[in-house]
Write a protein that binds this ligand. Structure first.
Ligand SMILES: CC(C)(COP(=O)(O)OP(=O)(O)OC[C@H]1O[C@@H](n2cnc3c(N)ncnc32)[C@H](O)[C@@H]1OP(=O)(O)O)[C@@H](O)C(=O)NCCC(=O)NCCS
Length: 190
């Protein structure tokens, strides 16, 4: 049985990747928003919400999936409190979480439309869960986009609450706060 993600591999993001990822992210949102966000909501969220949080790149907690040399997806985790948002508008303060009481954050997952539904998002999530587990976290938490909800639900996340974020231009965009244990029964984390 061929590997469903073929020659795609996952590595840590580097500062030089940031401009490339900030082009990949709008492309991902525009191609995968249909049925979840209107054009206006997607464009407002691209402007105010979706983008790389370069703190994650500096922390060594942001991953890139590359097809050959070409980045085709990104996603990360964090030991910082910030729950969502790119450099343009991080939501929540960036102080440190305590693994004994807090859930690690899952942050900014985006897969290129050309590479969607090939298991790349799931593979990125597995890498993030393994890294968060190695740092002592037992739970994960995230703010999902509406297109992300079926993906995270499939990977064992459950809803905490729906959230409506009113962006600086007045556009209202729905999200869902979700959580799950780092380890799922039967998973193969170290
Ligand atoms: C959400 C996202 C990251 C998923 O990435 P992906 O690589 O396509 O996901 P996977 O291939 O690993 O999917 C794993 C499983 O999740 C579920 N899933 C993923 N996308 C889904 C969708 N659009 N609708 C229903 N189920 C979906 C499926 O069960 C899928 O398994 P299957 O393809 O065998 O049925 C991707 O759709 C994306 O980048 N969306 C736009 C940006 C975005 O909203 N990101 C979320 C930020 S919080």
């Amino acid at each position: 049985m061929p590997d469903p993600i073929g020659k795609v591999s996952i590595r840590l993001a580097m500062p030089a990747d940031i401009p490339i990822l900030n082009r990949l992210i709008p492309e991902s949102v525009r191609s995968l928003r249909h049925g979840f966000y209107t054009h206006a909501q997607a464009e407002a969220a691209i402007r105010h919400v979706f983008g790389v949080d370069s703190q994650l790149v500096s922390d060594g907690t942001y991953f890139v999936a590359v097809d050959g040399e070409q980045p085709v997806a990104c996603g990360g985790w964090s030991w910082r409190r910030t729950l969502y948002g790119g450099d343009q508008r991080p939501m929540g303060v960036g102080n440190l979480l305590d693994p004994a009481v807090d859930a690690a954050r899952i942050r900014a997952f985006f897969v290129a439309g050309t590479h969607a539904r090939r298991g790349i998002g799931a593979k990125l999530l597995q890498a993030c869960a393994a890294a968060a587990s190695a740092k002592g976290f037992t739970r994960l938490e995230l703010m999902s986009t509406l297109p992300g909800v079926p993906f995270y639900a499939k990977l064992g996340f459950t809803e905490i609450e729906p959230v409506v974020d009113t962006l600086p231009d007045g556009t209202q965009v729905g999200f869902v706060r979700m959580t799950r244990a780092v380890h799922l029964p039967g998973d193969r984390l170290p």
